[in-house]
Design a protein around this ligand. Structure first.
Ligand SMILES: [Zn+2]
Ligand SMILES: [Zn+2]
Length: 254
């Protein structure tokens, strides 16, 4: 089973794929630019002024040469797009288990819309659709297409116990994914995190400073659920500890 965390090799793989993806995107833009310039050069040469001017001075590059290079660049662009797709296929299983909204979230939304139609899966409304995790990320759900469905604002609100949604994500979902994003950032950049933490029996939040090493899903002892936690070295306890994200308050990367 794929573990719900990214460390060591997994993280390096993801970073290298993301760098490659950016390079391919840049190359596609460069090639498309080139193609556009060549096409408008051909158009210019078809104009009357150019025809007259070229009677007196031959252009440096033959029009036929330019026309020949267009399909070559075209097929290069196609190749780049297919490289990009295969990279995205490689990275998708990693994003499936991302503990926050993955970078290909919009693409997943399109796939869900293709599967179910662009409408609310409860009431068929097509207005203000949100993508909803059937099993929440905080309970070990994934970003797989099979765990996602579209809900309109009203039905989404009902699903989350009547909370009001203003954007695509609920406030608690946003706060939660922000925590996850901050922790990811801290792990990747060797930073510490500081947050208020309240254990079940505590009355107040206590300030903790932790060097995070990984995000883990810890299975519940009493039931089948699990809780998303961060493992790391706690400076207060001077030991490695695990902290549930839902018991945190005001996380800061330091
Ligand atoms: Zn609905
Ligand atoms: Zn939701």
């Amino acid at each position: 089973m794929v573990k719900n965390n990214l460390r060591g090799d997994g993280r390096e793989l993801l970073n290298s794929i993301q760098v490659q993806e950016q390079e391919i995107r840049n190359e596609i833009i460069t090639q498309q630019d080139k193609l556009n310039r060549l096409r408008s050069e051909i158009e210019r040469r078809e104009g009357l002024v150019f025809k007259i001017a070229s009677i007196f001075a031959k252009p440096d590059v033959d029009t036929a040469e330019i026309e020949k290079s267009i399909p070559i660049i075209d097929s290069k662009i196609n190749q780049l797009f297919s490289d990009l797709m295969s990279l995205q296929d490689r990275v998708a299983p990693i994003y499936d288990y991302f503990l926050t909204y993955p970078p290909d979230w919009e693409k997943r939304r399109d796939e869900v819309a293709k599967r179910d139609g662009d409408e609310c899966s409860e009431c068929s409304s097509w207005r203000q659709l949100h993508l909803h995790h059937i099993k929440p990320l905080s309970k070990g759900g994934s970003n797989k297409i099979s765990n996602l469905k579209l809900l309109c604002e009203e039905c989404h609100s009902k699903k989350h116990g009547g909370r009001v949604f203003s954007g695509d994500f609920s406030n608690s979902e946003t706060a939660f994914s922000k925590r996850v994003a901050n922790i990811h950032y801290a792990i990747n950049n060797d930073k510490r995190i500081k947050f208020g933490y309240k254990k079940p029996k505590d009355k107040k939040h206590k300030q903790r400073t932790v060097i995070p090493t990984e995000l883990v899903n810890v299975d519940h002892i009493r039931n089948s659920g699990s809780t998303l936690c961060v493992r790391g070295y706690c400076e207060l306890r001077k030991a490695e500890r695990v902290f549930a994200l839902k018991r945190m308050r005001g996380i800061k990367v330091i």
